[in-house]
Write a protein that binds this ligand. Structure first.
Ligand SMILES: [Zn+2]
Length: 325
């Protein structure tokens, strides 16, 4: 993750969480929190209809949908750790049955994602590994990259690391260990829940920030507090992360009730693709002149957005003449 970007200030009125605290909204959100007095910052991400919509737009085999669901929630968790104005993208490329995963999040909370996989090879590993293959089985060897794009004329931040770990969360932890700037723990889960089998996903990240001047604590206490919070965080189960009946506040209270947890205003997240006819025409017109000429030989050119599966059809007249060189 690009470490050069500053962290956002948690917005809104902060308050101490108590048992049974009602949350106004419990799905499709980022819930920032802080554990005092150890200056630990965290975010709980809960995705309901958002992740169900993205995964349902495709007919992915179960393990592919599950790993993409985790990648989407990971992207939302990490994007929340950065202050930026633009798009945060998580991308994996690897030589296993799932060869590509892309998930991106805008500053406004628009999320989308897709995966590319090899059906034959996926069938082979499902016979061996069942429904929950590990990252090495599913994705093989490769890398995971995090990019922040803030538009033209701005510097692009990118972080990249080898895929190391049996789960996507472990791969993210590996990145944090490599980066040295970030000390963080992370838990992720994506699963079908209930009789309807809708997809849900959840993620929890806990991050250590250097203590501010106000704390008059000895370093051992801070270290102990960090270790204890990490142990508490690690105790969260996959089903707690996706449970629709367990509100974010309740879950945080359940995990950290012996500490003082302060929650901040939540940020909404929504499934939303940025594709449009105009955008795709723009892309087609920017192809090399020879390719544009070839497209114009067909009566109709069909383009399908990989993110949301929307099909766009263009008549030959819509695709511009070869632009002057
Ligand atoms: Zn789209």
């Amino acid at each position: 993750m690009p470490g050069a970007l500053p962290e956002p200030e948690a917005g809104g009125a902060e308050r101490v969480i108590v048992d049974g605290d009602p949350a106004p909204r419990s799905d499709d959100l980022v819930q920032p929190f802080r554990i005092d007095p150890f200056a630990l910052r965290g975010r709980l991400v809960r995705l309901g209809p958002t992740v169900d919509r993205i995964l349902s737009q495709h007919d992915y085999p179960e393990p592919v949908a599950a790993i993409l669901g985790e990648a989407i929630v990971l992207a939302v968790v990490l994007a929340g750790a950065l202050k930026f104005d633009g798009i945060f993208t998580l991308q994996t490329k690897s030589d296993g049955p799932v060869r590509l995963i892309v998930a991106d999040v805008s500053t406004t909370g628009a999320v989308r994602g897709y995966a590319q996989y090899d059906t034959g090879r996926l069938g082979e590993i499902r016979e061996r590994a069942g429904q929950s293959p590990s990252v090495p089985e599913l994705m093989g060897a490769g890398y995971i990259a995090f990019t922040v794009d803030q538009g033209e004329h701005t510097e692009r931040y990118q972080g990249i690391v080898e895929l190391v770990g049996t789960t996507l969360a472990e791969c993210a932890q590996h990145y944090f260990r490599q980066s040295e700037q970030i000390q963080a723990g992370i838990k992720l889960s994506a699963a079908r829940v209930g009789e309807s089998g809708v997809w849900r996903a959840g993620g929890l990240m806990l991050q250590r920030v250097p203590p501010e001047g106000g704390y008059e604590m000895i370093a051992d206490d801070v270290e102990d507090g960090w270790r204890r919070a990490m142990v508490l965080m690690s105790s969260v189960t996959p089903s707690e992360l996706t449970d629709p009946d367990l509100s974010p506040h309740r879950l945080l209270y359940r995990l950290f009730h012996n500490e003082t947890v302060r929650v901040f205003d939540t940020q909404p997240v929504e499934a939303s693709c940025r594709c449009s006819r105009e955008r795709i025409i723009g892309i087609l017109r920017s192809l090399p002149p020879q390719d544009v000429a070839e497209l114009r030989e067909d009566k109709v050119t069909t383009v399908t957005c990989e993110f949301c599966n929307t099909r766009y059809e263009f008549g030959r007249d819509e695709i511009a003449d070869v632009p002057p060189a």
